[in-house]
Design a binder for this molecule. Sequence first.
Ligand code: PLP
Length: 397
Amino acid sequence: MGKLFNEDMVNYGTNRSSIRELFEFGKKRALEVGADKVYDYSLGNPNVPAPESVRKSLERIVAIPDTTLVHGYTSAPGDLRVRNAVANNIKTRFGVDISADYIYMTCGAAASLCISLRALNTDNNEFIILAPFFPEYKVFTLSAGGTPVVVPYSEPDFGPDFDKLEKAITKNTKAIIVNSPNNPSGAVFSEDTIKKIVAILNKKSKEYGNPIYIIADEPYREIVYGDVKVPYIMNYYDNTVVCYSYSKSLSLPGERIGYVAVSPKAEGANELYAAVCGAGRAMGYVCAPSIWQNVIMDCVNDLPNVKAYEENRNLLYNSLTDMGYTCVRPDGAFYLFIKTPEPDARAFSNRAKNYGLLLVPGDDFGAKGYVRAAYCVSNDMIKRSLPAFKELIDSYK
Ligand code: PLP
């Protein structure tokens, strides 16, 4: 008898990501030693509550007497009123002339990425992933039939290594995934960095005679500190597809709501949008949750409480560097990338567990010798965890 099941899928389902592994370990450990002795920095689950406007919007929606408007199917790409609201938001904030005809509502950035990759891949194309990266990029690319090509980062700023990026592009390259603000490093790509990436893509597109697209994965767009700016990539590069999610900005990760926005100026924009709709259809990602589409219509212009994350960033970054840790100072997102005092980040992460600290090894993100701490946790937990961090680094002395 041949194989019963798809081997890759069995593999993805059996071997959990190290983030999930630690998260599950933390829950088990909390039962054994008490939740107050587990400092869970594993998962990017925002602790900042969703804005009050979200609760008000939910109340408004569930009170609508015509329940088909609340719970019914919407159009496959999303309710037109919702897509209009999203398009207007992009137009107002970033000055991009876009309409609902280029917006596809999804179940979060994960679905947006799977749809975009599937829509763009023609024939086992290569997709460039800049390290350090969200580990699911590899899974999503492979399952869309593409080949992931990882390009290393440059230190200390954790931007792309431009020479290596240029060398990695071949005639088979279809797109590059750009994730800024970045998970796991917290780096935000400056305008200069975006311009350099764009210059390389323009040069290589011309050389090979094929468009190379940017897939801008932007769930952390609004989470930036001080006067840091996140350039809107459509304004710098026409061949752009934005994968957005409200998981982080509105603290709604469990609700699964986001969108794909295709730049109207992209080469073959209308056909690309049709392919996005087709990929959504082919994967069964149609008609994103109706209640949450409606909430987005009401709350599309609302912003997260960045102050809470910034306080956490300052407390954790300043405390750890004072103790002797070397960390990448994050300008955005809610992750701190910590250099490990021994080269093997997995060994360090295992040792940290003995002190109740759950820190994700950077290996899975394509960066060896680092661990990631998700500081979207309570400020109190950070304070309580500091003695454990101190004992941990002292154990190396
Ligand atoms: N992209 C990045 C960089 C992420 O960090 C995440 C989630 O943590 C996602 C995509 C997936 O987001 P969503 O929960 O909206 O599917």
